[in-house]
Design a protein around this ligand. Sequence first.
Ligand SMILES: Cc1cc2nc3c(=O)[nH]c(=O)nc-3n(C[C@H](O)[C@H](O)[C@H](O)COP(=O)(O)OP(=O)(O)OC[C@H]3O[C@@H](n4cnc5c(N)ncnc54)[C@H](O)[C@@H]3O)c2cc1C
Length: 371
Amino acid sequence: MHARTLEQLDARGLADRLLAAGSTITELRLFSRLTLDLGTLPSRFPFLLITPQYEVERLLEDRARELGVEFLFEHEVVGLRQDGSGVDLDMPGPDGAVVTRRAAYAVGADGHRSAVRQAVGLPFPGVSVIKSLFLADVRLAERPGSVLTVNGTGDSFAVIASFGGGWYRVMGWNRRHEVPDDAPLDLDEVKEVTRRPLGTDYGMHDARWLSRFHSDERQAPEYRVGRVFLAGDAAHVHSPAGGQGMNTGLQDAANLGWKLAAVVKGRVPEGLPDTYQAERHPVGRAVLRSSGGLVRLTRAQHPAVRAVRALVSAFVNASRPARAKALAQISGIGYAYAAPRGATAWSAPASPTWRWRAAASTRPCAAAVSR
Ligand SMILES: Cc1cc2nc3c(=O)[nH]c(=O)nc-3n(C[C@H](O)[C@H](O)[C@H](O)COP(=O)(O)OP(=O)(O)OC[C@H]3O[C@@H](n4cnc5c(N)ncnc54)[C@H](O)[C@@H]3O)c2cc1C
């Protein structure tokens, strides 16, 4: 988890709980030559937090329950209708009985195959960027030097992250063995592919979970149709490079959540949530580009591209502004939303977001969650 997401959780009093469930790293090494010092980030969280995604989900679920949210597990959205005042969702439960709920707005945060996105007729254009990757949860006989170990050779790459409790998550790719997601996978293959870029398999043993997946780069052209919004993987997917997917989704939710709450409570004009598309769609596009760029550079075979990669790494290593820019993008700290032309906190012109912020400028907590 990156600094900007931690700041947003912190604005809700949640960051410290999550920090207790993970470990931090202050240095990111890319392409074996490029090192980024996260310790220089202008943030209360100048590091990357390594923690399993289920810890983040548990934290948010607990928080939602504290706030009185009711969860309907094992109910799948299969139908959606909207009119001028609300949205109806049909959800069959485990016994087959269909539950229908009506709300003023609906947010499709239902992942890359999003039924909500399909129900509102939005396409999900893009390409497959990596045809075959694997994941494995293993124990290691030998501890790596860092909680996050990454390297790529052009023909293969491997990532090992410490998950706590003595477990490590391994992700790998082998250009010579790109197979369908349901092809068998065993620990010997995981060890062999890991040894190529990392030089060792750290004595992996006792795999408790092995899986293959592929990675697409896609983005919905609109994040809103009427009273229905998309957030997270339902709106954008990309490669896991740079660890951006969950972070970007949580930042979408932070951007949209307070706006919908303010509209529902009648505190701001109904047009305010329109700023969600204007603010978050460009960030999604930028993340697609940066994570896609990282993957393509890591997998590059052509000597000219590898030479460019070495040059870019050397330049970024040597240039403080270039390092700061790369850090700002990876950590999310660099994303800011432009105010409308000519706007000031005093003039409070046309943009609803800006008018709301101007009104809220004496309330630091509200201003903090509006980022
Ligand atoms: C190997 C790997 C490593 C990654 N590492 C990182 C990382 O380090 N950092 C990072 O930020 N991101 C990372 N990501 C990306 C991250 O996991 C995703 O971006 C994130 O899970 C997206 O969250 P989401 O809630 O939008 O979608 P999902 O996690 O897909 O959740 C969607 C939810 O909706 C439910 N659902 C689906 N359809 C319906 C329906 N019809 N009705 C009701 N419910 C439905 C599903 O059951 C699920 O609970 C990684 C991804 C992979 C594959």
